[in-house]
Write a protein that binds this ligand. Structure first.
Ligand SMILES: Nc1nc2c(c(=O)[nH]1)N[C@H]1C(S)=C(S)[C@@H](COP(=O)(O)OP(=O)(O)OC[C@H]3O[C@@H](n4cnc5c(=O)[nH]c(N)nc54)[C@H](O)[C@@H]3O)O[C@H]1N2
Ligand SMILES: Nc1nc2c(c(=O)[nH]1)N[C@H]1C(S)=C(S)[C@@H](COP(=O)(O)OP(=O)(O)OC[C@H]3O[C@@H](n4cnc5c(=O)[nH]c(N)nc54)[C@H](O)[C@@H]3O)O[C@H]1N2
Ligand SMILES: [Mo]
Length: 768
């Protein structure tokens, strides 16, 4: 143990992956009591005949791979297939008020929910309810609302295509487009930003493109923790000598060096492979400055080349044939001065120029990014400027090149593809009419922030969640939680108990569902579902484990039950038939979305199939049919950050958590063990505030001018940890720190909460 460091904090020197990962898996299997079936079960993950790993949305090599080892995939799978159970007796023993005092970790760690439950206010306990009774109750409540737009229908990204499609069918038939979605908190900046730039809000690359890339840029994502199977790709690329340029305020271990658990030499010799060829610790929120700086340099160098009679550095043929807006972009780059670029990015001119050297030195460039770009007030602009950088040299729609938003939940992309959207377009409405004979409303519905606002204002009275832990994932728990408690109806389709279930409405139900790993048998036999990964590959997923209880139902079956009880025979939809055999759901998906042609046949081919991504073929589905260089004002994320004592807080995931699911209190690669109540700070920022490592601190959000009247958001009693993080930026864990994030703190273009760009002041805690 290092001397004088706070409890549980130490320096971790091992590479990512390697033996540390193997030890962690063994521990997880043991904790979830799945030792006996553990290894056999893990071997079915991402197999042609197995289930899709619920851990992340990274694709598999050729999608027919033998199992790729993945520590956090193993955690996600064992967490779901745990031997622990939450039966009705559990709720008999523990009142809702008592459970509220438990930690998020304790709640989920009780195991799988086994029976449908309804809340009884008189006793403050959940009690069991029969499925049909539950459906009838929900139908009654929904039909009692004066307007279907007073109900919110949330989706979390684990739902299969079949469940999500059926859900949107039910909700549209019921009469609203209120589809708050976990994607609204995540890659909405991508879904809004990229279609304007290149005509599609998805990755333009496939996994195979990485084999042909000459350079890889990584902005703001943490693959060692959040999409660990990507490490195989990065490890291979690094060993081939492909430069990997990282922009991240934190030195994430897996991006520094990684030992592949399947590589016997690295395992036996305790060696590892360096991943990043250059690691730029950009200040949080400094990416817009970096991107504009890189483009400014490229324009300058290009002009110099042209002046010297050389060919120039831009892909002029591509730009002329395929794009619009280059002049505006160039003018914007020229108008942006180096001084603010360097100040806001926190990087030196040499660092930015060296990244440009790599970019220009490579024929084919792939740029990957995650929440570090999207969860900012400038999220949409960040994404669009990254697209600009790639377009300058024709790095989109060519083998080995492209843009790669790294999606979060394992089927978050698929859910959007099959119709989970609050803004239905004409194609969707036409398709629905063709498949089901009615035309759904085209009125804009609510996204996640709008849904919470409507719930808080009392404009929305009912909330149904297809998975997730909505209230805890959202900003401003104080206001959000109070809003949820005013609802008339709250229904949660869930695998595990979480805090959202404890914010009870007048009528509250928990409906336990089968998970990805569970065998799903319907009237006509065992069923498969389908999912779409980050690279638009659609493939089948078959669970095979005996479900945790006979009372569980599948998500499609529950949605159909609710729909039948709510809509009766309205629109003549054969809910029972659709659920008896999911092939029938897929037949309907194919009618609504023609890109799924021959769905049932193609998904049964090993490896599945890829949906069309027009930009990959240089077809641009934008307003004017061209890829568009889009400019944005300035590089300054938030004027509040100009205050002399302001710091920018990024709220991030530990290595042992899955969103609001906290597997354990460790964050191994960052050297944090047994606690989450810490804030990572630069040494100078500590000193400037008269603080030392180990001090208890309070964080106060800086109010927006328009927000002055709002109660101040604060997070109190955290422990300061000295860390290698750029001065001006601090980091801590989500969801604990959501208390300092105001609901109004989001990217105006996409509604994505700015979870990585929260302006705060840090002071010594009042209670030391
Ligand atoms: N094990 C595990 N896997 C997961 C999840 C999980 O919680 N656990 N969650 C899933 C979901 S829903 C999602 S969306 C993804 C999330 O995956 P990521 O996108 O990797 O999400 P985060 O951990 O929030 O962190 C983002 C990274 O961005 C960096 N960062 C923060 N601010 C900035 C910035 O301003 N600029 C730059 N350049 N970098 C910045 C942080 O240091 C961190 O390394 O993972 C998915 N997979
Ligand atoms: N401050 C801050 N806040 C954030 C973020 C951040 O980086 N910082 N990240 C945001 C992001 S990217 C996201 S995606 C959201 C996540 O928001 P959500 O998707 O709403 O949250 P999860 O924590 O993934 O949901 C966990 C719950 O899902 C249920 N569940 C698990 N598997 C299944 C299943 O197969 N079916 C069903 N029906 N239920 C299941 C379990 O009951 C579990 O308790 O949080 C957002 N909030
Ligand atoms: Mo996400």
């Amino acid at each position: 143990m290092e001397k004088d460091r706070p409890e549980g904090i130490r320096t971790y020197n091992e590479p990512a992956g390697g033996w540390g990962a193997l030890r962690a898996v063994a521990k997880t299997l043991k904790h979830q009591q799945v030792v006996a079936q553990g290894s056999a079960m893990l071997l079915r993950a991402n197999q042609p005949e197995g289930f899709d790993c619920p851990g992340c949305a990274w694709p598999d090599p050729k999608h027919t791979s033998s199992f790729e080892f993945c520590e956090n995939g193993a955690k996600a799978i064992t967490w779901e297939s745990t031997a622990k159970r939450v039966p009705p007796e559990f709720f008999e023993q523990h009142s809702v008020s008592e459970l509220w005092t438990w930690s998020d970790h304790q709640l989920e760690d009780q195991g799988r929910l086994t029976h449908p439950m309804v809340y009884e206010a008189e006793t403050d306990h959940y009690r069991p309810i029969e499925w049909d009774e539950a459906f009838a109750l929900i139908g009654q409540e929904l039909n009692a609302l004066p307007d279907p737009n007073m109900a919110e229908f949330y989706t979390s990204g684990r739902a299969s295509n079949e469940a999500a499609f059926l859900y949107q069918l039910f909700v549209r038939a019921y009469g609203t487009n209120n589809f708050p979605d976990c994607s609204n908190m995540c890659h909405e900046a991508t879904s809004v930003g990229l279609p304007e730039s290149i005509g599609v809000g998805k990755a333009t690359v496939t996994l195979e493109d990485f084999d042909h890339a000459d350079a890889i840029f990584s902005f703001g994502h943490n693959p060692g923790t959040n999409h660990p199977r990507m490490m195989t790709t990065l490890h291979d690329a690094a060993r081939r000598g492909v430069p990997i340029v990282v922009f991240n305020p934190l030195k994430e271990r897996a991006l520094e060096r990684f030992a592949a658990p399947q590589n016997p030499i690295e395992m036996v010799t305790f060696s590892s492979t360096p991943i990043a060829s250059a690691y730029h610790q950009v200040r949080a929120g400094g990416d817009l400055a970096v991107l504009k700086g890189m483009m400014k340099s490229i324009f300058e160098r290009d002009a110099a080349d042209i002046a010297a009679g050389r060919e120039g550095l831009l892909d002029r043929a591509f730009i002329a044939e395929h794009t619009v807006g280059i002049e505006e972009l160039k003018a914007d780059a020229e108008a942006t001065d180096w001084e603010p670029i360097l100040k806001i990015s926190g990087l030196t001119r040499q660092a930015i120029e060296s990244a440009v050297d790599v970019y220009l030195g490579a024929k084919n460039v792939i740029a990957c990014y995650g929440m570090g770009l999207t969860q900012h007030r400038t999220g949409t602009s960040n994404v669009q400027q990254l697209a600009n950088l790639l377009l300058l040299r024709g790095n989109i729609g060519r083998q080995g090149a492209g843009i790669a938003p790294i999606r979060g939940h394992s089927n978050v992309q698929g859910d959007r593809t099959v119709g989970i959207t609050e803004i239905p377009n004409k194609a969707l409405l036409d398709g629905m009419e063709k498949a089901f004979g009615f035309r759904p409303s085209d009125a804009k519905g609510h996204n996640a922030v709008e849904a919470v606002e409507a719930i808080i204002d009392g404009r929305s009275k009912a909330f149904i969640a297809l998975g997730g832990n909505f209230a805890v994932a959202m900003a401003d728990p104080e206001a959000t939680f109070a809003g949820m408690r005013k609802l008339e109806l709250a229904v949660h389709l869930s695998t595990k108990l979480n805090r959202s279930h404890l914010m009870t409405a007048r009528t509250s139900l928990i409906l336990p569902v089968l998970g990805r790993t569970d065998l799903d048998i319907q009237k006509e036999g065992p069923q498969v579902v389908t999912v779409e990964d980050s690279m638009s590959m659609v493939h089948a997923s078959r669970g095979f484990l005996k479900p945790p209880s006979e009372a569980l139902r599948s998500e499609p079956a529950i949605i159909a039950g609710i729909a039948r009880a709510t809509l009766g025979t309205r629109h003549g939809i054969d809910w029972e038939g659709l659920v008896a055999n999911y092939d029938r759901i897929r037949d309907k998906i194919e009618i609504v979305f023609p890109d799924f042609r021959d769905f049932n046949a193609r998904v049964r081919v090993k490896g599945g199939f890829r949906l069309t991504v027009a930009a990959s073929q240089r077809h641009w589905n934008t307003a004017d049919g061209k890829a568009t260089f889009l400019t944005c004002q300035g590089i300054d994320e938030d004027p509040r950050l100009r205050a002399p004592d302001a710091l920018v807080l990024m709220t991030i995931r530990s290595h042992d958590q899955y969103n609001t699911t906290v597997y354990s209190l460790d964050d191994r690669y960052r050297g944090v063990f047994g606690r989450r109540d810490i804030v990572l700070m630069n040494r100078d920022d500590l000193a400037a505030r008269g603080l030392a490592e180990g001090d208890r601190i309070d964080l106060h959000a800086l109010a927006e001018p328009a927000d002055i009247a709002m109660p101040q958001k604060s997070a109190r009693g955290f422990t300061a940890v000295e860390y290698d993080i750029p001065s001006g930026a601090i980091a801590g864990y989500y969801p604990e720190l959501n208390v300092v994030v105001a609901l109004s703190h989001y990217d105006r273009k996409s509604g994505t909460p700015a979870y990585k760009g929260v302006p705060v002041r840090v002071v010594k805690s009042a209670d030391q």
